[in-house]
Design a protein around this ligand. Sequence first.
Ligand code: CUA
Length: 343
Amino acid sequence: MRKHPIIQMVLIGALASAIGIALALWINWFPADAAKQDKPIDTLYDVLMIVSVPIFVLVTTVVLYSVWRFRMRPGQELEDGPPIHGNTRLEVVWTAVPAIILVSLCSYAYAVLHDIETTHANELVVQVTAQQFAWSYAYPGTGGKTVSSDQLYLPKGRPIRFDVRTKDVLHDFWVPAFRVKIDTVPGITTHVRVTPTRSGTYPVVCAELCGLGHATMRSTAHVVSPAQFDRWLAKQGAPAPAAGGGEPSGTQLADLGKQTFTGDGGCGGCHTLADAGTSGTVGPDLGTALKGRDEAFIRTSIVDPNAVIAKGYQPNVMPADFGQRLSQAQLDGLVAYLATVSK
Ligand code: CUA
């Protein structure tokens, strides 16, 4: 009779663990892998599951079994339990075993982290900049120039180091297909490494709650062949409209404004604007909110967004520092562009 409940519990626990592990390994937790770093991380995840499920089952089984088997029966209301003075052997075991498991798993996880963060001599350094609510990227171009883009292009097979910064609050740079992610922290530069192994397009996600537009803070990573990447980089490096000397024409200004709207400025993350193809819903639809407004109103709305709040929207949602974030040309461009589309 004394062994009976233990054997029952072990049998139930073994069966539940087997089902739990099978389920945990069967579920596809992650998107298809697209980087060299994925395999070791996925294996680590599987090992953690295999170890965690039996522990969860053990604790749950003991609790449930004790509740059922040792429950209070009618007439026992005033009885005290048997006096217990501890069990040294049991206590040593249940301290030592979890300690061994934890130290082993931490060592393994550290080894994986060390492995995926190995530096490579031919790394391509990509500057990643986060701001509410958009991502922008900068690459070393020819002749020491920097090439900026709101799309992330990466050559397949080349080790990449991302230098990650933020212009405002905490964000988190995450490409689920690469598994790795890193916080962007005001005032410091954080780093993360991947080597893309599969061509395709993958979502870039902000994984840190950073404000009302957090959910819209997305962009796309394009993994392409090294030759395609070089062509793309050369094209981006070509002189941009309205750059350099001479007064930019009105059309050039509006073009720059449209680029700023969808890209570096991050406006499209929060505002719907049919002409720019954006669908953000944090702020008002600018196609209707700016209808018939003049350039002065538009400029004020960008640099001092609380001056006039559109009906149905709250003050202090739109960052009030666009006057400092945007270059003069970008600001002029935005005003010109928005004035054109709101006519
Ligand atoms: Cu940026 Cu969430």
